[in-house]
Design a protein around this ligand. Structure first.
Ligand code: ACO
Length: 321
């Protein structure tokens, strides 16, 4: 028995902010952002629009595509670093909106790796037997965590959500996942404030994403390469069999460096960073849904997903769509 993706969905806020828009409010340029990151524009949520709003639209689209009703769900996993509230968790807020009472519902915080972590957990749950389908969502309003005065980080991020319905199947679906973390690298991407440590007087209580960009870049390239090899070896498959590589979209140059190190041709590497920027836990399900709806990913295609993020965390999922 396998777990298999039965449907995908995604949601981007309507408001598009271009690099030129940003250059009006900070000392940056379209050229710098494009050349250094690959980002051209990002979607930004309206002030009243929350992570759960984006997650709800993505989830409804995934449910519709799968033909599964919300009442059939056994689990909702919400990968997010930007929950609506401290509690109740955003998965419970979503559960009420979808009218799926009774199923397990929890948030998962593994920063940008959250979706791969969620998929891995849901896979085990669905395969256990006796459980119905799981809804795995990656949803973020990272614009609320960005210091809009800091050009080194503000240009990198966007808002969005993606979701999949994972159900039991006799046809191969999820084949293998590998999850890792190393807190010794907590200094690569962090915030200075939190519920227990306390907040400051700044905007959003002083929450601001801080990065050691160059170090993170090198760390990500190294880990992505190791992780791809580890995951494929565990599944007994070769890189030449991978139809699609969906890396976490943090920087186009990271994606290119990894693809080149692995010897993956460009046409098998999915990139959405130009239009979405880095939406943290949402980048992979957003990219997946776009390629599925464009009929580029077909049933049976072999997909390798990889993510890394603050923690440091990193994780993969190898699956047949
Ligand atoms: N516009 C113009 N100039 C800028 C900008 C900007 N937006 N940002 C930085 N610069 C300047 C810097 O001040 C620096 O100037 P200096 O040479 O005079 O000191 C110069 O550009 C080079 O800066 P670097 O930081 O060395 O640039 P780099 O090429 O490393 O690119 C970047 C920075 C884009 C952040 C890159 O390192 C990167 O993408 N790192 C990985 C980020 C990442 O992985 N994020 C995902 C994890 S986040 C999470 O988990 C929440």
């Amino acid at each position: 028995m396998y777990s298999r993706i039965q449907g995908t969905g995604s949601c981007l806020p309507d408001r598009v902010v271009t690099n030129d828009d940003l250059s009006l409010r900070m000392d940056t340029s379209d050229e710098w952002i494009r050349v250094r990151t690959g980002v051209r524009e990002r979607h930004i949520a309206e002030p009243e629009q929350t992570t759960c709003d984006l997650a709800e639209t993505a989830a409804r689209r995934a449910l519709e595509a799968s033909g599964v009703s919300a009442a059939e769900l056994s689990m909702i996993v919400m990968a997010t670093t930007t929950p609506d509230l401290v509690f109740p968790n955003t998965a419970c807020l979503l559960q009420e909106r979808l009218e799926a009472p009774g199923c397990a519902a929890f948030d998962l915080q593994a920063a940008c790796s959250g979706f791969t972590y969620g998929l891995s957990i849901a896979d085990k749950f669905v395969r256990e037997g006796g459980n119905g389908p799981a809804l795995v969502v990656g949803a973020e309003t990272l614009s609320r965590m960005v210091d809009w005065e800091d050009r080194a980080t503000a240009v990198l991020f966007g808002d969005g959500a993606g979701a999949v319905v994972l159900g039991a199947s006799e046809e191969p679906g999820m084949l293998c996942s590998r999850l890792h973390a190393d807190g010794a690298y907590k200094h690569l991407a962090w915030t200075d404030v939190g519920v227990s440590k306390g907040f400051t007087d700044g905007p959003n209580g002083g929450i601001a994403i801080k990065l050691r960009g160059t170090e993170l870049f090198k760390f990500a390239v190294r880990k992505f390469e190791e992780l791809a090899k580890e995951t494929l070896e565990a599944a007994g498959l070769g890189l030449e069999e991978v139809d699609w590589f969906i890396p976490h979209q943090a920087n186009e140059r990271i994606t290119r460096a990894v693809a080149s190190a692995l010897g993956l041709p460009d046409e098998r590497v999915i990139s959405t960073i130009a239009r979405h920027a880095n939406t943290s836990a949402a980048t992979i399900p957003l990219a997946l849904d776009e390629w599925v709806r464009a009929d580029r990913i077909e049933r049976g295609d072999l997909i390798l997903m990889e993510a890394f993020g603050s923690g440091a965390t990193w994780g993969s999922a190898l699956l047949r769509y």
